[in-house]
Design a protein around this ligand. Structure first.
Ligand code: ADP
Ligand code: ZN
Ligand code: ZN
Length: 667
């Protein structure tokens, strides 16, 4: 007699277990979707394991009712789910639901593929550069030999990475294997898809991203599952495409924060990609002009192979980057948001009918506190990250350790009284441009625009047609835009990203500046970039100015190592969410005691003070979090204890949800 261990489709944390069913004469495999009776109801589930014997009393075991072949998964996916459950401390079903479509299939005759109407104007370049050819040879050889290798392509902006991707994709298809191509959500524009459709044709491409309707998503899922699609292009959810025989996964702009999920399951896309490829002996390719510190460190540790593309395909030199010291401007009596240098350059560009991009990356974060005189930024002495000003309590708060401080009335560095809460937003920039340049056409592109995709595309289209002179925006303007007439890029306040309360803030600033600079001078003429800041000596800015990734990497890893931040340690966020503050605080307290006991000496000074999650929005519920600074080699052990604590909380049916986020991108 054979038995199946089934994970039941459900949302409840109380049934996160295997349930045993009899297989009988049905054709059941690992991954099969099955219908079973569960309690008084019929439910669906997935088979995670099959065995000949069971301890469950025979009279308690029911038979599987039906196998749903069309929606079944394969063994690799189940293995990946099991791994995810352990790694991210999640429920079985949280992992499963990544791989299965939500929504219902569309009726056969009404099926509509997204991007069906897209007509491609892609032309394959006739000759590739030497660097491109070398990269292709190296990656192709791993693909041909089915070596489970990973490559990090460090290529300057416009070095022609996408052409390299397409060549190695072709190689993979020739081997009769499949490909996943991932981009950050926000760069998944028709322009990108256009190129792939032009090269490979619509028929073998499927797309997966969060902006598809549920039906579109189901239909695409089905095309992938039925082996009709050989290439999946997607945002991070594309990594879960139910493809078989995956030969290659590419992650473009691998450094982007959107590859880390901030919703349950809080997975890291590159880890899932790597895991899936191990099973298939496939190749991982990561590409970026500014590799993440974590990825570059993996190259240094011998985990990734590095490929460098140092030249732009058309040999236009990279734009010239200048740093303007805004403290000097203030001393000279200029209190406007534009330095004289940026103002003059804008005037010049507009006069010459060239276009300008202004970046002001002010998103929903609260303000940081700094001295206008000397540029000193208030930081937490423990955590070395900038303090956030909270208006309600009129205090500066550290979002890591919870320490609160009064705003000083004098600068601790230079004693000046000009302590200010900073926070120029894009709207203010737009308004100022209009005031100073009344004849220029100005448009704004920020997070609000992304809610409405059409509006986003319309703004970009008007800009590409030259109808807009100045485009003001958040980091959205830094991503992948390929416009030939942009002569000038201005970064209104580099301090905005430098001082977000996150240990990655320097890394993000370096990336953002390099990326946005890459938008200038994509035509014949060299572009110009002006960065305004109160901290002109910041190492991230100085390295970005000379496109010196190496020196940035060195300075940054030195600090990270010292602070035990990733990749030299893990920050584990444990979140306690519920309706009753008393119950939550009791749980937090129990957790701290439990962990201190479990970890003993290892945990000393590594369990930070609990903190109310200010940004948490939940109907009627509140959230506290505790951050743990886990040594790099102890991850599995610590997660094991946390899981055990979660299980105890569930078993006791305590009204408090406990979740884990490892190396969270925002708190
Ligand atoms: P990246 O992704 O490195 O920024 P892309 O692959 O988008 O660069 O290439 C930038 C531009 O250069 C694109 O318009 C692309 O078609 C063009 N290009 C890339 N490689 C070549 C080549 N070998 N010959 C001609 N044009 C090329
Ligand atoms: Zn000062
Ligand atoms: Zn702190």
């Amino acid at each position: 007699m054979a038995y199946a261990e089934v994970v039941i489709e459900n949302k409840s944390k109380y049934v996160d277990n295997y349930f045993t069913y009899e297989i009988g004469s049905l054709d059941v495999k690992i991954g099969s979707k099955v219908k079973v009776s569960f309690g008084t109801k019929e439910k669906f589930g997935y088979v995670f394991s099959i065995k000949e014997e069971t301890d469950v009393p025979k009279d308690k075991i029911k038979a599987i009712l039906e196998v749903i072949e069309e929606e079944s998964l394969n063994e690799e996916i189940i293995k990946t789910c099991l791994w995810m459950k352990q790694r991210y401390a999640i429920k079985y079903f949280d992992a499963i639901k990544c791989f299965v479509p939500t929504g219902k299939p569309t009726k056969e005759h009404k099926k509509k593929e997204p991007y069906k109407d897209l007509e491609s104007d892609y032309i394959k370049p006739e000759i590739l550069t030497n660097e491109q050819n070398l990269a292709i040879t190296e990656i192709s050889s791993a693909i041909e030999n089915k070596e489970n290798e990973a490559f990090l392509i460090h290529g300057v902006t416009a070095s022609g990475k996408t052409e390299v991707y397409m060549e190695v994709m072709e190689k993979t298809l020739e081997m009769d294997r499949t490909v996943i191509f991932l981009v950050p959500e926000i760069s998944l524009t028709p322009q990108i898809i256009n190129r792939f459709i032009g090269r490979f044709g619509k028929d073998i491409i499927a797309v997966l991203h969060s902006k598809l309707t549920q039906r579109e998503r189901y239909d695409e899922w089905e095309r992938i599952k039925n082996n009709k699609a050989k290439i999946v292009i997607g945002a991070r959810m594309g990594v879960f495409a139910p493809l078989d025989n995956i030969g290659l996964i590419i992650m473009d702009e691998e450094h982007e924060a959107t590859y880390k999920s901030d919703m349950t399951p809080k997975y890291d896309t590159v880890e899932v990609a790597y895991k899936r490829l191990q099973y298939y002996k496939g190749v991982l390719v990561l590409g970026s002009a500014t590799p993440s510190i974590v990825s570059y460190n993996r190259f240094r540790e011998g985990i990734y192979n590095l490929i460098e593309l140092k030249e732009r395909y058309n040999k236009t030199p990279l734009p010239d980057i200048e740093i303007v010291d805004m403290r000097q401007e203030l001393r000279k009596g200029n209190v406007s948001i534009f330095s004289r240098k940026l103002f003059n350059a804008m005037e010049e560009a507009i006069k010459n009918k060239e276009q300008v991009i202004l970046l002001q990356n002010r998103r929903g974060y609260s303000n940081f506190v700094s001295c206008r005189e000397c540029g000193y930024v208030m930081k937490c002495p423990e955590c070395n990250i900038s303090l956030t000003y909270h208006k309600s309590v009129d205090k500066m708060v550290c979002h890591y350790c919870g320490r609160e401080q009064k705003v000083p009335n004098k600068c601790p560095e230079c004693e000046s009284k000009y302590i200010k809460y900073f926070g120029i937003g894009t709207e203010q920039v737009e308004e100022q441009v209009k005031e100073y340049f009344p004849d220029a056409k100005v448009e704004r592109l920020d997070l609000d625009a992304i809610k409405n995709r059409r509006e986003l595309e319309a703004i970009l289209k008007r800009f590409s047609q030259g109808k807009t002179d100045v485009l003001v925006g958040t980091q959205l303007v830094a991503k992948g835009l390929d416009f030939k007439n942009v002569a000038l890029v201005g970064v209104v306040s580099a301090d905005t990203t430098l001082n977000i309360p996150d240990y990655r803030s320097s890394e993000r600033t370096f990336q953002l500046i390099t990326q946005v600079a890459g938008r200038a001078g994509r035509g014949e003429k060299q572009g110009q970039v002006i960065i305004q800041t109160y901290e002109p000596n910041n190492y991230a800015l100085i390295a970005a100015k000379s496109y010196d990734y190496g020196s940035f990497y060195q300075a940054e890893t030195y600090l990270r190592n010292f602070m035990e931040y990733p990749p030299f340690g893990h920050i584990i966020g444990v979140y306690f969410t519920g309706e009753s503050e008393d119950i939550i605080l009791e749980r937090v307290d129990t957790f701290q005691t439990y962990m201190s006991k479990a970890l003993g000496k290892d945990g000393e000074g590594r369990i930070l003070k609990p903190k109310l999650a200010n940004n948490f929005k939940g109907q009627g519920s509140i959230r506290y979090y505790v951050l743990l600074k886990c040594p790099i080699e102890n991850r599995n052990k610590w997660i094991f204890y946390i899981n055990d604590f979660i299980k105890k909380t569930i078993d006791k049916k305590i009204d408090c949800n406990v979740n884990v986020d490892i190396n969270p991108y925002s708190i």
